[in-house]
Write a protein that binds this ligand. Sequence first.
Ligand SMILES: NC(=O)c1ccc[n+]([C@@H]2O[C@H](COP(=O)([O-])OP(=O)(O)OC[C@H]3O[C@@H](n4cnc5c(N)ncnc54)[C@H](OP(=O)(O)O)[C@@H]3O)[C@@H](O)[C@H]2O)c1
Length: 350
Amino acid sequence: MSQNILITGAAGYIGGSVLAAFISQETGALCTATLHAAVRSDEQVQALSKLGINIVKVDLDDEGAVRDVVLNNKIDIVVHTATSILPRPAAHLITALGERRKATGGHAYYIHTGIATMYSVEGGWKDGEVRDTDAIYEYDKEIEGMNPARQTSNVVVEQAAIHGVKSFNIVLPQIYGRGTGEWRKLSVNYPAFIRTSIEHKIVHKFDVDSNPPATHISDITTLYTLLTSACLQGTPISSGRSGYYFAVAHRAPQYLVMDLLARGLHERGLVSSPTARVWPSYDAAAKALGWPALYIKAMGTFSGELIPVNPGKVGWRPQWDEKRFLENIDEEIDAVKELDTVKSTLFANV
Ligand SMILES: NC(=O)c1ccc[n+]([C@@H]2O[C@H](COP(=O)([O-])OP(=O)(O)OC[C@H]3O[C@@H](n4cnc5c(N)ncnc54)[C@H](OP(=O)(O)O)[C@@H]3O)[C@@H](O)[C@H]2O)c1
């Protein structure tokens, strides 16, 4: 019997690209599954309808609506990309999957999308290396405080244990590259830097250099594909408290990146100087970039020593490295010029 997969945030950058990757599979377990995509506006339903799969409009904050979508469509696997920072949608999805599991007597799987900045000193984590095979949940719990992304990650582990659902948390660093979905095709960090530079006619950098982890969107969709395929095949892989997957491919040296962006933008006549200048303050940077003041330091200057172990165990071999990223940095500028048409709501509730 075909298994049903629901992808949330399917109009978004990550979710849209994951959905496109799933649809494009020509062999393997995903070809046998039935795909369902969750979006939240009529316009998005319309835009995705050409894909020939079931598109549902649902507000993931609405517990009853989420339950209906999961049970009516017999969903066995949820890939949740809509939000890493709100615990309620994650809890609603897992509770509904638990109900589905009880009804079928089979397995139910929940794949979460987490945020790598949380595992850096700037994001509140302890100093030094952190592996995804370390006791992440235990330390997250100890330092949870009022951090909504940390609360959400912890809710995933706890609710999944309560409802007998197998959970996985794909922890994303800075993602770059063109999205392949039908709606929002741009990521968060580099598009914001480029958009703001064009508006201000100058590229800015932060007062300290950093070397954050980064990954191309095509490598990200491969990891979601591998994990979802493992769920479909019932392959035993690390889950729950042991189910963190650091989706880290390489580093992105920020001062070098900003200077390369400045050069590329200057060559296109979009900024007045071929070098980057330091932001006057973190507040000014937050306001200009449209990022919450609460997160600006973590988002702008985080490095973190995140070591991915679990992704390799499911066969993940990223195709993009630091050299390829830097050589293709102008592509980020061209993508913003062509695709910056849909405003992000990512920080609307923060
Ligand atoms: N992109 C990155 O570099 C990156 C890195 C680390 C972590 N992440 C995390 O990954 C997640 C996805 O990122 P993204 O870049 O794909 O963001 P995105 O392009 O804004 O996509 C999120 C999608 O989810 C939808 N959504 C949000 N809340 C919803 C709700 N309550 N009910 C229904 N739909 C909802 C949004 O709807 P609208 O279209 O109406 O806004 C949007 O289409 C985010 O939580 C982000 O923090 C992203």
